[in-house]
Design a protein around this ligand. Sequence first.
Ligand SMILES: [Zn+2]
Length: 413
Amino acid sequence: MEDIRIWHLDEADVAPAVAKLHKINARAVAHGLAGGYSYRLGDVTRQPVYLDDPIDPTGIVGDRKPDYFKVTQEFIVEGEPPKLNGWSFLATLTWDAGTLVTRTASGFTGTIEPGTIKAEYCDHCKTERQRNDTYLVESGDGTRRQVGSTCVKDFMGHQFSPRWMTGSDLDDMERSFGGRVTEVASPETVLAWAASLTSTTGWVSRDKAEIERRDPSSSILRDLIFGTSPRAREARRALQPTDAHKAEAATVLGWARNLDATGSEYLANVQRLGQVEDVSPRNVGIIGSAVAAHHREAARAQERAAAPVSRYVGAVKDKIELDVTIKSDTAIDGDYGVSHLYRMVSTEGNVLTWFSSRNLNLESGQQLRIRGTVKGHELYHDVEQTKLTRCKVLEPQAEASAPSVPVPEREAC
Ligand SMILES: [Zn+2]
């Protein structure tokens, strides 16, 4: 993507800026990257500066002579950030105390096999050294590379910064304190605070927070646990976890450790963090969000349990009559024309199927009473189904919620 920047540089900064651009271009050439920058000089502006003027330090006051001029050089940079073509960013890989945590690009739906990546290694420059983060990139043909923070710029361009890295200056500062401050909390503690926070405000994801312009729950949780500000202390008093919250934390932790993370990078992260002794501030939000994830999972399980189990109906050759709701109509093109497979569920929750050689224009959700003969029983995807034949649609059931509406006469327009 073409990048154009217009800078107004102090004269003294012009030469270093030029040198820096030359260096970027030279590096691009040396690494075989596409892109590079050119620059041109624009106007020189002399702006008068008046000292000791409390009202307007730059305004012209009477016939005073300016104390000095601020001379700036307009400096225009054009070009494209150097990078290898065709690579896209997949995830940031972080190892905190040996635990892998992946932060995937939004829209990423695949999985990252922990066995395919190597802590602190860069595939590009083939070096292994102390790295907090490495980055996973993928080419158009599906080749993946794990690269360090300098090399990732060759792949993604020098403007590279994933969404959650913007404003990461504070993260960098935290890291620069290096080892002197070690803040960790146990997963039990994090989850107890998360249970308290979630029961009060629900869990607000980063994406949702961004749209609604509010603080994401992960930041609030981190502040609750590690914050030292008066506001954090106040929040700690208000949200002190109760015994119920602690019990919920234990339940969620048990769930997190034993869940099936197949196909979900998020759940894989939750599971890994559920097994560590210490959770760092950076990972508090991921394990903390497990409270809400467990809520959703429990609600789904309850829904499944509440749904009636389908049982076989009647015996073969029995003639039966029952009320059903149409679930689906599948048209099947065969040797004798198009037939229709109707899938239905009875009021008791039993699933029935009927192959009709005629199209009865039955729609999903439609309720009716049918009479038919049991042709057989079969187990399909673990669901007991009764096959019917020679069905007859009797009076459709009265639909209490949809009174018949007279069709209005068509008006001329
Ligand atoms: Zn490298």
